[in-house]
Design a protein around this ligand. Structure first.
Ligand code: GLY
Ligand code: MN
Ligand code: MN
Length: 428
């Protein structure tokens, strides 16, 4: 299996000393797995069950409603659920216990809790509030579990290899006349064939102008000649995943504007990847990307005026409206958001993750440049950036769509290791 009992023990041993500094005798922490969520109006029909990632990380178990307890007095105790006979014939042998550890029965939990003066509830529970000691404990948990261990990295590398097959399949099938939907089907069939359990998010396939729509759902649009095709699609095994984007050309070589755009995004990705090291604040890497993009847009003649004024006016938001990346690994949005209670904006983009990087973090590096009609045709934006954008020149770019290139960087002691490097990029 993917994780051993030793892996789980090591995770708990990393976290317990941090919690011990905050907890006093008589206090306990519970981390809840959570229950399946019913579909609206669906009677007994639920969404695919996903355990809370903190519970799953601490136990290697994916069984609904379970809880793990920690206190200074007792250490770790699992409260587990025994599956009823009904499950056996409706659902068969469930693959929901990846690491089998001894525990107490869930029905004994309430009685057990009577010995504690205070219980802090984390994980999938409506009792969790982002304040006080519970918030501190949760932040410590998130900070600990975002440092990936060897078993997690091994699994994520394996998932990246699966995605390589998917992206190679896209390169094989891509041609004018294929639909966005057919590209999605070809990719997903290939990753499932190679062992993925699911996709970590709805696959994005945007061709031509659709490439400018950040989270575009693949449509029946037929891909034309010499169009950019942006594919942002990952792969998932038991909630571990990669989040990858490549931008392709549907036929022939890129024409000069497409090529210039691709080269700019690639240059920003390369420069920012070099900066991504332990000790660096992620916001500084994002800001570097925004400054380089501003400079690039000025060189291309899409912006006009003085570089430092353009940077100060944050006009780059019109072409790069999202953050440079987010933590990834255990789910497509790994930790980093929860503790960022009042996200700040940098160059107009609200950063999901505003942390200092450490070895073991896994973060996406996803610069993108887009020609987004709802932004560029908005009357307020047109007024605001009247003097910064060369609107006449912009007309020549409006239907190009966009380019995003996204990789997953594992922070090492001195720099980073690109886990998705084997997925080919266009070399121009
Ligand atoms: N796959 C969506 C994103 O890159 O954030
Ligand atoms: Mn993505
Ligand atoms: Mn991403």
């Amino acid at each position: 299996m993917y994780f051993s009992k030793q892996d789980i023990d090591n995770r708990r041993a990393r976290l317990a000393p941090k919690w011990n500094e905050v907890l006093t005798k008589g206090e306990a922490v519970l981390v809840y797995a959570g229950a399946p969520i019913q579909k609206p109006g669906g009677l007994d029909n639920t969404y695919t069950y996903l355990p809370h990632p903190s519970y799953y990380w601490l136990t290697g178990r994916r069984r609904e409603e379970e809880v793990i307890l920690y206190s200074v007095d007792t250490g770790w105790i699992e409260f587990q659920k025994v599956l009823g006979k009904e499950t056996a014939f409706w659902e068969g042998e469930k693959q929901d216990v990846l690491v089998d550890t001894p525990g107490k029965s869930l029905v004994d939990l309430d009685a057990f809790l009577k010995q504690f003066t205070t219980v802090y509830k984390l994980g999938q529970t409506s009792d969790y509030k982002k304040e006080g000691k519970a918030f501190t404990l949760n932040t410590l948990l998130d900070q600990t579990r975002r440092v990936k261990d060897d078993a997690e990295i091994k699994l994520i590398r394996h998932i990246a290899d699966i995605a390589v097959h998917g992206y190679k399949k896209i390169a094989e099938v891509l041609r004018p006349g294929i639909t966005e939907r057919d590209i999605q089907i070809a990719y997903e069939a290939e990753i499932f064939r190679n062992g993925a359990h699911t996709t970590p998010y709805d696959s994005i396939v945007g061709s031509g102008p659709n490439a400018a729509i950040l989270h575009f759902a693949p449509s029946q649009r037929v891909v034309g000649e010499q169009e950019l095709v942006l594919v942002d699609a990952g792969a998932d095994i038991y909630d571990y995943c990669v989040d990858i984007t490549r931008t392709f050309i549907s036929s022939g070589e890129m024409e000069s504007r497409q090529k210039a755009l691709y080269q700019l995004v690639k240059l920003v990705q390369d420069s920012c990847t070099k900066m991504t090291k332990p000790g660096v604040y992620w916001r500084d890497v994002h800001n570097k990307a925004a400054a380089l993009f501003t400079e690039g847009l000025l060189h291309l003649g899409i912006l006009k005026g003085n570089l430092s004024d353009l940077i100060a006016q944050e006009v780059v938001y019109m072409f790069f409206p999202h953050g440079l990346g987010h933590l990834v690994g255990l789910r497509v949005r790994d930790t980093g958001q929860e503790e960022n209670l009042h996200p700040k904006t940098y160059f107009g983009a609200r950063l999901r993750v505003d942390i200092q990087l450490e070895p073991g973090h896994l973060i996406t590096m996803e610069p993108g440049m887009y020609f987004i009609k709802p932004l560029l045709e908005d009357e307020d934006n047109k007024k605001k950036f009247k003097e910064c954008i060369n609107w006449e020149e912009l007309n020549h770019w409006m239907n190009i769509g966009g380019v995003r290139i996204e990789d997953n960087l594992l922070l090492t002691d001195s720099g980073n290791d690109n886990l998705t490097a084997a997925i080919p990029k266009i070399s121009i």
